[in-house]
Design a protein around this ligand. Structure first.
Ligand code: ATP
Length: 369
């Protein structure tokens, strides 16, 4: 059965107008809910991935990301809602197709390769026997840049290569969608960035739709086309990386997806008065608000330029590609300011802190612009 549900069509219309309206999403979860005993760990989650998209499911530990992935893969059955893969409903409370019939590939955190099987036999594992099997294994290994590795054993490969074998195994049957559960967390920092980029390039080249579960905001923002932020069992925001970073729906999401600081403000229409002066807002509001400031939204002007000062630098962390200054504003508020790595501003210097561009504000009592 091909679904034509309103959620899928709305999403299709809103962010992928290059797709014809009758192409179903590769994945469409609507209102999926999962309870373990009397605890609801996934609550009415909607999640759509259009063909070829890389979507992150980002959230803190224990928020329900892995359970959502298991519901999509077929290792759990939803208590409410539906999962559709390629327009075909594969799970509902009444009916649940087994994982092997869903056309979903899975890559696990620990790769889950069979240690006693060669790379080639690992990749062949999910394929039915037949004349095409060998060609599919070779093609999957070539896709991940491991042609000629079929006779090696998993322990003869690096962590990054093992991860690519796991990806080849997931891709070999030609799935509609690949699910990756924290696939980079076993790799050390140096290798992680390289393997992330490789995996993204492989998924793009294969035009594969993928859902990446991660608790790492940098990974989600830098790799994915869209990010669904999960909090306490629900998706609280689903947006492009830029939208999520610049327009988070709540102070909690703002702080989770990056470094955010909040100053009290008094809003009047499109401008807000703060301890850093009056600044333009991205929306409109009136009365008391919380003004969100990313450290890179602030600028430091040294005292010598004759523009006056409003604070003193109290410390500095140097990261090489940039540096973070903490500035005590006159009147006791402390702000963090991110600067390029050059320039001679030092702790103890008097400076003028100003705001670049317009700011996002949240109502004091509840989230919102
Ligand atoms: P992490 O990033 O730490 O893996 P997560 O966001 O993936 O966390 P889940 O693994 O989905 O979160 O777990 C969500 C909640 O559901 C947790 O409180 C967990 O203890 C609980 N949970 C998961 N599986 C089961 C189960 N089979 N029975 C009971 N509770 C479970």
């Amino acid at each position: 059965m091909v679904i034509r549900n309103p959620l899928a069509l709305r999403r299709l219309a809103s962010h992928r107008d290059d797709l014809p309206g009758d192409v179903p999403p590769a994945l469409c979860c609507e209102g999926i809910t999962k309870r373990f005993g009397d605890v609801t760990v996934v609550r009415e989650v909607d999640l759509v991935a259009e063909p070829g998209e890389l979507v992150a499911l980002l959230g803190p530990s224990g928020c329900g990301k892995t359970t959502t992935l298991r519901l999509i893969a077929g290792f759990e059955r939803p208590d409410a809602g539906t999962v559709a893969v390629g327009g075909r409903i594969v799970a509902s409370p009444e009916r649940s197709e087994p994982p092997e019939r869903r056309r979903v590939g899975m890559v696990f955190q620990d790769y889950a390769l069979f240690p006693h099987l060669t790379v080639g036999r690992n990749v062949a594992y999910g394929l039915s026997r037949g004349s095409e099997r060998r060609a599919r294994v070779e093609s999957a290994l070539a896709t991940v840049g491991l042609d000629g590795f079929g006779e090696r054993m998993p322990h003869e490969l690096s962590g990054g290569q093992q991860q690519r074998v796991a990806l080849a195994r997931a891709l070999a049957p030609g799935p509609e969608i690949v699910l990756l559960d924290e696939p980079f967390s076993n790799l050390d920092t140096g290798l992680r960035a390289q393997v992330r980029a490789e995996v993204r390039d492989i998924l793009r080249a294969a035009a594969t739709t993928a859902i990446l579960v991660t608790h790492d905001q940098e990974e989600a923002l830098s790799l994915c086309d869209r990010v669904a932020v999960m909090w306490d069992g629900t998706v609280v925001q689903e947006a492009s990386p830029e939208e999520l970073y610049h327009r988070p729906v709540s102070p909690e999401v703002a702080s989770f997806v990056g470094d955010a600081q909040f100053l009290p403000g008094d809003a009047r229409g499109r401008r807000v008065a703060t301890v850093l002066g009056e600044v333009p807002m991205t929306g409109t509001a009136s009365g008391a608000v919380r003004v969100m400031l990313r450290p890179e939204q602030l600028r430091l002007v040294p005292d010598q330029e004759g523009m006056g000062t409003n604070g003193t630098v109290i410390d500095r962390e140097f990261y090489g590609h940039d540096q973070l200054m903490r500035v005590a504003l006159d009147g006791d508020v402390i702000v963090r300011v991110r600067l390029g790595p050059y320039g001679g501003i030092r702790p103890g210097d008097r400076v003028l802190v100003t705001v670049r561009g317009s700011v996002l504000t949240f109502a004091v009592a509840s989230g919102g612009d």
